[in-house]
Design a protein around this ligand. Sequence first.
Ligand code: UFG
Length: 346
Amino acid sequence: MKKVLVTGGAGFIGSHTCVELIAAGYVPVIVDDMRNSDDRILKGIEKIVQRKVVLHRIDCGIETELEKVFREEGPFFGAIHFAAYKSVNESVAEPVKYYANNIGSLVSLLNVSKRHNMNRLVFSSSCAVYGLATSLPVDEKAPATNANSPYGYTKVVCEQLLRDASHCDPDLRVVMLRYFNPVGAHPSALIGELPLGIPNNLVPYVMQTAAGLRNELTIYGSDYGTPDGTCQRDYLHVVDLAKAHVQALNFLNTASSERCEVFNLGTGRASSVKEVVDTFVRVTGAPVRSRMGPRRAGDVPSIFADASKAHKALGWSCAFDLADALRDAWAWQRTLDTDPVAASTP
Ligand code: UFG
């Protein structure tokens, strides 16, 4: 039995990854203090996979607590580390909170893993490490140390920490996955994204506007040098992203010259804000009130992935497109419309 520790396994990407891990024969052990999730996600995972899933409701940044999980559940085949704060805006307002949590939880995991000889680690990184990319599409060789926000810098620091740790520990193997813009939900509509409060990200805001929870979407900037003037991003379906984690774990079990590898995960396709809204309306038939507004500070005009390294080394590719992701996100949102918790968020 290949047990995999999944920190933040009840979160958006973590929960979808647990489903894919089980489908691939792994046994996830979730560590999540549920500060950014809800019991319904756990129930959703269990309903999809038709079995109970183990959750330890602890903060993985507290080493003594994580130590207990390793003693009770170990040995682990590997770990996937999702647990981190992820709001760019919030990180600008509360940088210390972001550095403490995002770096502290990785330090805790590395310390406990070392004591228990757990040597395979998949790390959740972000295209935020590229900051203002100068050449598109972005591949892994692009400079990845000039992030645009404290959130992005926490990923830069964690990546460096992992490079340094793997450099001096010949047994440690690490894969760092740089996600572009994960969107969508499981096609079953049993799990999906649960934004806390007013969403910062485009797709959750579109969903809540279409659902009548928000009045209108503000499109941040229509005067960029892109074909329709709105920003372009690389939106990938969360199920495709989740599958990449399973492939990364498999990869860690193969012989490779590099002890610490990094992969971009994106579709390679740039979609503008306007295209996202138009595609959503086309595939769901649900109207979205929107207006053009000023640019949002810190936004880059366009960024999308060259993910050919992941295609070659992991055998990974995307099965879903933007329309699939938006259709699935909407199906999930509709299950929330009647949920008093989700509907009562400000
Ligand atoms: N946008 C709007 N209106 C909104 C929300 C977003 O027009 O209400 C626009 C943004 O200006 C941007 C695009 O939609 O052009 C995508 O914005 P998101 O906030 O959804 O995503 P970002 O690309 O800003 O951020 C994402 C992740 C971060 C990560 C970052 C790296 O959410 O975790 O990519 O670039 F750090």
